[in-house]
Design a protein around this ligand. Structure first.
Ligand code: RB5
Length: 146
């Protein structure tokens, strides 16, 4: 599976540890930056990552900023994106099983690398349950056109 990953300056170190975990899971990784400590605007990173998910260039994405909040809000403004901000594994599991989230958001100033690794492993190994959740996800997506 190809995963596109992007962060702002608030999550550079966590992005690197997330990439290691994704590589261990056998994922192909596309890192769209940022690559330095220079300040950047997280909506620009969300747009880059989510653009590749929506176009189908990547199957799923991971976005990171200091808290994960700003970049997840930005990601969810993009049509076709269901981005889940997770800071524990139960939410990561449910984000996939019930919400069919296609982008995971993490906070570089909130999470340590061990917990973030568990969240990533959970998010990328849990499948969507479908059934009644399919109908609800369909209703979420219909909101984009209202
Ligand atoms: C950048 O300083 C910080 O605002 C950003 O990384 C993020 O936490 C925003 O939600």
């Amino acid at each position: 599976m190809k995963i596109v990953v992007g962060c702002d300056h608030g999550a550079l170190a966590l992005k690197e540890s997330v990439k290691k975990v994704l590589a261990e899971l056998g994922m192909e990784i596309d890192d769209v930056g940022t690559y330095t400590e220079d300040s950047v605007d997280y909506p620009d990173i969300a747009e880059k990552v989510c653009g590749k998910v929506v176009s189908g260039e990547a199957e799923r994405g991971v976005v990171l900023c200091g808290t994960g909040i700003g970049i997840s809000i930005a990601a969810n403004k993009i049509k076709g994106i269901r981005c889940a901000l997770c800071s524990e594994t139960y939410s990561a599991r449910m984000a996939r099983a019930h919400n069919d989230a296609n982008v995971l958001a993490l906070g570089g100033r909130v999470l340590g690398p061990e917990l973030a690794g568990d969240i990533v492993r959970t998010f990328f190994t849990q499948g969507f349950e479908g059934g009644r959740h399919e109908r609800r996800v369909g209703k979420i997506m219909a909101l984009e056109n209202k």
